[in-house]
Design a protein around this ligand. Sequence first.
Ligand code: OXT
Ligand code: ADP
Ligand code: MG
Length: 575
Amino acid sequence: MLNAAVKSEAPGTEQELTDGFHLVIDALKLNGINTIYNVPGIPITDLGRMCQAAGIRVISFRHEQNAGYAAGIAGFLTKKPGICLTVSAPGFLNGLTALAHATTNCYPMILISGSSEREIVDLQQGDYEEMDQLAIAKPLCKAAYRVLHAQDIGIGLARAIRAAVSGRPGGVYLDLPAKLFGQVMNADAGQKSLVKVIDAAPAQIPAPASVKRALDVLKSAKRPLIILGKGAAYAQADEEIKNFVEKSGVPFLPMSMAKGLLPDTHPQCAGAARSTVLKDSDVVMLIGARLNWLLSHGKGKTWGEAPKKFIQVDIEPKEMDSNVEIVAPVVGDIGSCVSAFTQAMGGWTAPPAEWTKAVTSKREENVAKMAPKLMNNKSPMDYHGALGVLKNVIKERPDAILVNEGANTLDLARGVIDMYKPRKRLDVGTWGVMGIGMGQAIAAALETGHPVLAVEGDSAFGFSGMEVETICRYNLPICVVIFNNDGIYRGTDVNNVNSDPATTVFVKGARYDKMMEAFGGVGVNATSPDELKRAVNEAMDSGKPTLINAVIDPAAGSESGRIGNLNPQSVLKKK
Ligand code: OXT
Ligand code: ADP
Ligand code: MG
């Protein structure tokens, strides 16, 4: 027993005892969980302290949502469930957005929340922070469990871990009522009740017939395309994916968080020819990417007029035919599937040169068009001038992790900043959610040990900005660059009706760098690409917590970035 506790005192019945606190900690450690992201308080304050004393790293945040986003991305980066620990009702609810986000994005995460007394909650008698948390969590995650008895802690945690990482990964809620922590039981029996999860995410081998069908369809293509999604990045089958893509000779398009699985500078990369390959391809193989809004549901103008055949590789059978017919579904884990492809390819003929040349020439045209924009030295900066600097920062440090959120700040950075290695780009994911920035940056630094560059819109940063204190407290190698254009999308909107500011603008000329200085970090105000370059290089080299307020022309952005088409606007509104 790692944490054997008290001895019972009844004469003649002396026995070693343990309690709920110790059993939770022992169960976590037994399953290799070494980091917890949390905000302390009733009833889990002591649990956090005791975890820390037992050698588990406990990272305390300023708000549970950020701790939750940290846990979710830790799951994505490590394939182990990231753990977020919160107090009851309000703390639980603060963590719930992140749990739902993890589920939506297929990140394995467990939200563990303390909860109030069942008897009082169920009779709605007004307990401290009373809430039926299990019922509320259920529809927002993959699985939800409550443990009422100390002897069930081991099995409860085992179920949570397996549910989070097996099949399609996702969020799991584990409800631990306050009373559970104090429950005492025999230490030996407690030890025996613990469960080490064996093979939590078993390989799922695709059916050979499905592999053959998929390759036959791919082989028949005149204009094939492979789309790599963040499921492919999550799978950690980097070599297998690279081998398959290179052997196939097929152009590949990385979704945002799959950038770097193969370098964006790879000759087969079609990232800079996105519209062309979506429109003109005749066979599309999706690997760990869903045909959701980010891919226009596989239909419509984006995909052009010509008929298209889809092959889909995914661990989740229900994903097939979600939006359009999948002519060759391949269900299995990506590592097993792409290895099976490579093995079954035999003497493979590269796709027609006419197609690959057309993709390359479109790509070169777009890259050449963008190049001069990235060199401009305007002050205040525009997005391209500032991003040109950051592109080089990552080129020179391909192991650094890029966290990115905002609207223009997100959409332009995605295109401009090339990624060279897998799982180095972390962003807003499937929901396009603002607020992931500091949580993801903190977890990325802690889980990987690599420096982090967080490129943040000024609005996006505001959702998690208080965590700069956390960054300073743990002295993390994180450089936050805020693209400060005085607002959401632009800082130029005006309210002509009264003296209230327009709904999308912030205090003009704000100095976010001062926030970092308040906690002992380095703050820099950068007004030109040269200043930005100097400050970012210094921060990335020193590893000191740094926040750079990059002053961006308030008129430079566009409404909703590149997804303005999704933003309904009233035709009746007064001009
Ligand atoms: O092929 P074509 O010619 O089409 O060209 C494409 C590529 O080929 C080319 N390209 C390149 N060219 C040259 N060189 C290179 N290297 C290269 N690479 C690519 O470039 C173009 C574009 O390529 P891309 O980007 O791949 O393609 P496209 O068409 O854009 O892709 C489509 C999508 C859908 C896949 C893509 O756009 C995408 O992934 N989009 C994600 C968008 C997203 O998630 N946005 C975030 C949400 S917006 C909004 O909701 C915001 N809110 C509301 C809110 C949210 N979200 N959350 C919460 C909790 N509350 C409220 C808020 C508050 S944004 C926001 C704040 C915004 O303000 P900020 O201050 O933070 O930010 P600023 O805007 O900066 O002020
Ligand atoms: P993107 O946003 O990059 O397009 P999505 O989140 O939409 O990616 O899709 C990821 C897909 O990857 C999900 O459908 C999920 O089921 C799948 N997936 C996740 N992990 C694996 C894995 N190890 N093997 C196979 N599929 C996986
Ligand atoms: Mg902005």
